[in-house]
Design a protein around this ligand. Structure first.
Ligand SMILES: NC(=O)c1ccc[n+]([C@@H]2O[C@H](COP(=O)([O-])OP(=O)(O)OC[C@H]3O[C@@H](n4cnc5c(N)ncnc54)[C@H](OP(=O)(O)O)[C@@H]3O)[C@@H](O)[C@H]2O)c1
Length: 401
């Protein structure tokens, strides 16, 4: 038989390396060891404060259920405010619907739940439909993991290939894990909802409310790379950070009512709101009227509505709220929109190119080890982010670090 498969067992938690010998051609590939059913992970078994986080060596190993999926060995995981919120049960109703649309499972079937939305790692196994010309075992990839899927605070994760993208070559896994979730959110808000792109940003005036956190530090760099004029609000002690990312004008929101200095500036083509609260009451007045200018807020009551009212009534409430606000502001000549994270491997491909071209860098504020996940979550929970918090997951060899 000219097709011979040789298999090297590398221990319980190490994938099996197979060698396929076809005639005189040899091809190495990795696949899930059939004995590999568990992996180390941080999980939660109920919603609550930081003490619900539990380390286990026996989390279920993710398996490929659909032919377009890949299994990735996680080298680094980035944390986001949504991880802290989800730990407390935020969005549970909507996520349950996404995981189980027919409502077959009992409530609580999401546990043990693995948090962590950002991932940089290496593909270990590809489903049969994953185009081998694009992804193959051993590729270094990054991804923003949708909140209804098991997250990256684990040694392995399974994702759809269209959520995954090749990691920028110039970034370490730690740096790469700082980017995807905020990048996919900023892309969704600024490109898909805000209508901005690399060809129409020159001369546009953009205001980012909350420039010093994850979304802010990424958005600044993308908009500057596209030639926009960028103003941000942030604390005084974050001014150096945002200036270093290319911001044109900084307004310190801690120095008094921030809308006062903002009203004195030339009006804007787009406001990205990362802050929420009472900003809606004055931020739309900073837009150029009757010019297609948009206010896009990332702080929306969508998931709170479904948590509080259930899926049907929550969605109805959401529709009524957003439609009435959009109509109210349209009559004043400006557009009111909600921005939402959306998984987007294709956008990450473009962002990867921008990173490798030196136009965007990762802003890592603090790095934690896998054993320090609870400390990392507390750091995110305390707020006042200056970029991103990242956890190093893999203890294996890492050529890019
Ligand atoms: N809708 C979605 O799908 C979606 C997706 C991602 C994020 N979000 C939301 O978007 C927001 C930003 O996310 P993120 O990841 O960038 O959060 P983050 O990393 O925690 O950053 C928030 C930043 O805002 C600053 N800040 C706080 N209050 C401020 C104010 N009044 N004015 C200006 N800056 C202020 C904070 O620093 P100081 O407090 O020190 O000033 C911090 O640097 C969060 O509310 C998050 O939940 C929504």
């Amino acid at each position: 038989n000219p097709n011979i498969v040789l298999c090297d067992w590398m221990g319980d938690e190490t994938p099996c390396v197979k060698t396929l010998v076809h005639g005189d051609q040899r091809r190495l590939f990795n696949t899930s060891n059939s004995r590999m059913t568990i992996m180390p992970a941080w999980v939660i078994d109920r919603y609550g404060s930081n003490d619900v986080l539990r380390f286990t060596k026996n989390a279920g190993f993710p398996i490929i259920n659909y032919p377009n999926e890949v299994v990735v060995q996680v080298h680094a995981a980035g944390l986001n405010p949504i991880d802290v919120s989800m730990r407390g049960g935020y969005g549970a109703a909507t996520m349950a619907m996404k995981r189980d649309p027919l409502n077959i499972n009992q409530s609580g079937s999401e546990f043990p739940l693995i948090l962590g939305r950002d991932m940089s790692g290496v593909i270990m196994e590809c489903g049969l439909d994953v185009a081998s010309a694009y992804f193959k075992e051993g590729d270094e990839v990054w991804a923003a993991i949708p909140p209804w899927k098991q997250g990256s605070l684990a040694e392995f994760v399974v994702l759809s290939a269209n959520e995954v993208s090749k990691k920028p070559k110039c970034l370490s896994h730690i740096e790469a894990a700082a980017v995807p979730y905020v990048a996919a959110t900023a892309w969704s808000a600024l490109v898909n909802t805000g209508g901005l792109n690399k060809d129409n940003c020159a001369k546009k005036r953009i205001l980012i409310l909350g420039g010093s956190g994850g979304v802010g530090t990424f958005s600044i760099q993308m908009l500057k790379a596209w030639g926009a004029h960028v103003t941000v609000t942030c604390s005084q002690n974050a001014e150096r950070l945002v200036r270093g990312l290319g911001v044109d004008h900084v307004v310190d929101y801690t120095a008094g009512p921030v809308e006062v200095p903002l009203r004195a500036l030339e009006k804007f083509d787009l406001v990205l709101d990362n802050v929420g609260g009472d900003t809606e009451s004055w931020a739309l007045g900073l837009l150029k009227p009757w010019c297609g200018a948009k206010y896009v807020t990332l702080v929306t009551p969508f998931l709170c509505n479904t948590d509080r009212l259930g899926i049907a009534d929550g969605m109805l409430q959401t529709g009524v709220t957003v439609a009435s606000k959009a109509l109210k502001h349209l009559s004043k000549g400006v557009h009111y929109r909600w921005g939402m994270f959306a998984p987007n491997g294709l956008a990450l491909d473009d962002i990867s190119e921008m990173v490798d071209a030196g136009k965007i860098r990762a802003v890592v504020e603090e790095e934690f080890t896998f054993s320090q996940v609870p400390q990392a979550m507390l750091k995110v929970e305390k707020g006042h982010a200056r970029g991103k918090t990242v956890v190093k997951i893999s203890s294996g060899e890492d050529s890019s670090e």
